[in-house]
Design a protein around this ligand. Sequence first.
Ligand code: FEO
Length: 167
Amino acid sequence: MLSKKINALLNEQIASEAAASAYYLAMASWAQAHGYNGLSQFLYRHSDEERMHMLKLFHFVNDRGGFSEVRAQKTFPSNYKSIHQIVEQILKHEVKVTGEINKIVDACLKERDYTTNNFLQWYLAEQIEEETLAQSLLDKLNLIGNDKGGMYQFDRDLEELSKAKIE
Ligand code: FEO
């Protein structure tokens, strides 16, 4: 059984993953409207992954005798300055999510809820991957600078990356 406190924290995280899904979807829409096909495919896919993260938590809570909540979403920005700004925001967002998961893990350990702690280890591993990927994309963009050919190739590379399997 989940304690009330852990249930509440997991519901916060369900809302956070759902918000991440909506956020990346808003970014995908901007990218598609601005002709960045690779980036938009990458973001559509990233949005799907976040929904999967949300559902995984959702089922865990209900399967453990808790109650999963569905919360209303806010509206996310439809305007972005550049690809660079989008990737920066992804990295910032993922670092924030890592902090949220750490907070829940901390609470689990204090309560000796080892089952939830064990379940959350998957999320911690996933966060390492997501932060590393966002950081590497940002590093590439910094190298490319204002080079149009480099930006074209970057968008093509993201298209390829989007064909990889969803986790
Ligand atoms: Fe599900 Fe990217 O955090």
